[in-house]
Design a protein around this ligand. Sequence first.
Ligand SMILES: Nc1nc2c(ncn2[C@@H]2O[C@H](COP(=O)(O)OP(=O)(O)OP(=O)(O)O)[C@@H](O)[C@H]2O)c(=O)[nH]1
Ligand SMILES: [Mg+2]
Length: 427
Amino acid sequence: MLRISGPDAGAALRALTGRPPPPERRATLRTLRDPRSGEPIDRGLVVWFPAPRSYTGEDMVELHHHAGTAVARALAEALAAVPGLRPAGPGEFTRRAFLKGKLDLAAAEAVADIIGATTRAQLRQALRQSEGALGRACAHWRERLLEASALLEAELDFADEEADVGHGQRERIRPLVADVRDEILAALATAERGERLREGLVVAVVGAPNVGKSSLVNRLAGREVAIVTAVPGTTRDPIEVALELGGVPVTLVDTAGLRDTDDPVEREGVARARARAGAADLCLLVVDASRPELVPELATEPEDRLVVVNKIDLAPLPEAFSGRGDVLAVSCRTGAGLDALVERLALCAAERCAGGESALVTRARHRQALEEAAAALDRFLEAPEAVEPVLLAEELRFATAAIGRVSGQVDVEELLDRIFARFCIGK
Ligand SMILES: Nc1nc2c(ncn2[C@@H]2O[C@H](COP(=O)(O)OP(=O)(O)OP(=O)(O)O)[C@@H](O)[C@H]2O)c(=O)[nH]1
Ligand SMILES: [Mg+2]
């Protein structure tokens, strides 16, 4: 599909079909011709969206052509010959839609997330965002803070006259600001899970050499991604596999067995394994049931770890591991216990991500801006009675501006290039 947006969209439609754009939104089957030679290129659906009822808010035409390389190239060449047209930059359509006020900035960013989503849970979150959930919340917060600012301005105006009038205002402003601050904090509480779902969860598989880490990764992946041998120290480089668990995108990382060694190659592998374990959202610590004494020290928090006792076909679950909620017994050889492990992993993934209920804050950019806003509101609320109203007004202005940056209501010009550069062409 090719899209043309802007004041020359109508001229482009006329050049390719020989007819003027219809008076209203319409889809018609047309022969598309090269305007220079009149030679037919393809026959396809031409959809006309007159401004302002289009994605960009400008006149827009979509050419639904056959997907052949020659067709696409011939159409692109034909369009290049139409005066005023040029190829769109990355994300330019969505950028124009934003500039025309068709969507707020957070919703525009969500368009990229819809395209990038690999699981249903991610898609659900991106869709909600693209419908403007965060933008609406920001607009509401801003409105109330502007109201508080206006009340404070009144206090400034009266400052020279009756001191009582000023303080009366401040008592009215305080609960307003406190409410907004609390709502922002509540939204921020979902941020970590929202960002995790956007970016996916990293699960590192770690343990002593030869305990069956690579066998486990292969079992979970359902294919032979990692080399398995009876030789301890087989895996050296971390190996990543993409999986979906309970709607959450998961990157499973197989790592080198942790042990002290003189082999410089293996030592590097062990260092990388430790680094991956440290950076992972969750570690699967694999233990060999027949050699339960081989449990390496890990620096990760216990709640970010599950212990997988493997090879229970060789030996029963060792005493030290039985009756523990964080332990799962499996055999990569027979497949015993693997379903329960997958179920448990899906549960852990859902807990760590906004799987069920959707998060409002899903990007570091949004989180940082809202954290700045909440901090400014805190300073406002904690300021002693004697503080000059001018300084308080400044905190409110700061918070309002930070919130505005999320939805794109204030000074975002410098942000736009950065945001839309990551889009693909044609969106
Ligand atoms: N009996 C039995 N053998 C297993 C099981 N899982 C793995 N093995 C065997 O244990 C050996 C080591 O398996 P790997 O998966 O390579 O172990 P690893 O932990 O990745 O080893 P390194 O990469 O060397 O650290 C292989 O011979 C596997 O066939 C199991 O559940 N039962
Ligand atoms: Mg291995």
